[in-house]
Design a protein around this ligand. Structure first.
Ligand SMILES: [Ca+2]
Ligand SMILES: [Ca+2]
Ligand SMILES: [Ca+2]
Ligand SMILES: [Ca+2]
Length: 420
């Protein structure tokens, strides 16, 4: 009995050893140690014999993995081989760079999670992105109208980094079951930040166009309508060119603050200077910027209520020896040609024009020199003001809307600038 028992024990130990070695051979790692290799349910990097990068799923024991897979071809061709990155967690790729080509695709990979696969977008370059959403997860969906699809469809994400400002055109052709819907967000994880989208179409082609600005990031999602998934080819092309919203004042634009916020001093069409930005409150801030082009009238709604008293002697022309302690709104006007600048104050849409005056300076901080036509303070409450004075191409002048009269008259107005 004792011998049999010993033999049985020896056989049991041997079989355990064989099993352990077999397992070690299979996984390429020594699992005799009681240490965890991975997080169950997470994907790690693996390399196929044909050098294709892939991912493999960590099993519940935290020590072994499912077979190495690639998103395009499924299981590895020729099996898995050792690689310095093997078993590394799938990185969240924040850096655009040459390493990107090694990013493992597929479920849990960089294409399947924010911020997505970093993709440089250079002007004039044809960019082709190919993929297959079959093995991705459904985390996101499009929004608004015909684009409000994608729930139930697996999705891929690319982090686009344009190196020029202009119009970005995206065409996504689906095949193999995928009816694509492509959409772009300005914040990867924020559905409400969608800025453009190409609705699904009968020929499985989703197309969109978006003005993009260099220095900003955009997140392109390739999703499936009607819970579809499959292969796609996306073609991207950036054509540089100026536009309202690129942050630069271009021909015939009165301003361009690069945002999509109304009434912040620059309207979304770049034609009006509505609002009371912080820059309108002092010479240190430079004044509320306005560009004027020959033959064009720029209007703005404004108020002196938002500001303090930057100019206590508005201009030499307006200064009658006393001081002006009233609140003022200062515009920094850049004439794009030499000529005469006509500035007009008129009543706001609601209410009466307070007793305000206009004055202008060649230098924001100094009331001199200013000629007598650089002041308009003729009317009282409800009465508009107009002044006209000469300006030189690309030489800034400063226009102040200030309190007129003997009390601190202040409030809302409409101002216009015309270069002729
Ligand atoms: Ca989706
Ligand atoms: Ca512009
Ligand atoms: Ca704005
Ligand atoms: Ca003042």
């Amino acid at each position: 009995m004792r011998l049999r028992s010993l033999l049985f024990s020896a056989a049991a130990v041997a079989s355990v050893l064989i099993a352990t070695q077999g397992c070690a051979l299979l996984e390429g790692t020594d699992t005799t140690k009681d240490e965890k290799l991975c997080v169950p349910g997470a994907y790690v990097f693996c390399r196929c014999a044909d050098r294709t990068p892939g991912t493999k799923l960590c099993r519940d024991d935290a020590k072994s993995f499912d077979a190495c897979m690639t998103s395009d071809d499924g299981e590895c061709v020729g099996g898995e081989v050792d690689d310095p990155q093997t078993n590394e967690p799938i990185p969240r790729d924040d850096d655009p760079g040459p390493d990107d080509d090694d990013d493992p695709p597929g479920k849990g990979g960089v294409l399947d999670s924010c911020p997505g696969k970093s993709t440089a977008v250079q002007p004039g370059q044809d960019i082709k992105l190919e993929g297959d959403t079959s093995t991705a997860t459904d985390d996101r969906k499009g929004r608004q109208g015909a684009c409000a699809v994608g729930a139930g469809g697996n999705d891929h994400v690319y982090r686009l980094i344009p190196s020029g400002s202009g119009s970005l055109e995206v065409k996504v052709q689906g095949s193999d079951g995928l009816d694509p819907v492509a959409y772009i967000r300005s914040t990867c994880d924020d559905e409400d930040s969608q800025v453009s989208c190409g609705p699904p179409s009968a020929n499985k082609l989703s197309q969109l166009k978006l003005n993009v600005t260099t220095g900003k990031e955009y997140f392109l999602f390739i999703d499936g309508a009607s819970s579809s998934a499959g292969k796609y080819v996306a073609n991207l092309k950036l054509t540089t060119g100026s536009f309202c919203g690129d942050g630069k004042v271009d021909a015939n634009e009165a301003c361009d603050d690069g945002n999509k916020v109304e009434d912040d001093g620059c309207s979304n069409d770049c034609k009006k200077v509505n609002g009371n930005p912080t820059t309108g409150g002092s010479c240190g801030e430079g004044g509320h910027p306005v560009d004027v082009w020959t033959g064009q009238t720029v209007t703005g709604t404004g108020s002196t209520n938002s500001y303090g008293n930057a100019w206590n002697a508005p201009s030499a022309a307006c200064d009658t020896g006393g001081t002006n302690n009233y609140q003022d709104h200062i515009y920094a006007v850049t004439p794009r040609a030499s000529g005469n600048l006509v500035v007009t104050l008129s009543a706001p849409a609601v209410g009466t024009l307070p007793n305000l005056m206009l004055s202008a300076r060649r230098s924001c901080a100094s009331a001199t020199p200013a000629t007598s036509n650089m002041c308009a303070n003729n009317g009282g409450v409800g009465s508009g003001e107009t002044m006209t004075f000469s300006v030189t191409k690309d030489t800034k002048v400063f226009v102040g809307v200030d309190g007129g009269g003997v009390t601190n008259n202040k409030g809302d107005y409409v101002i216009s600038f015309r270069l002729q």
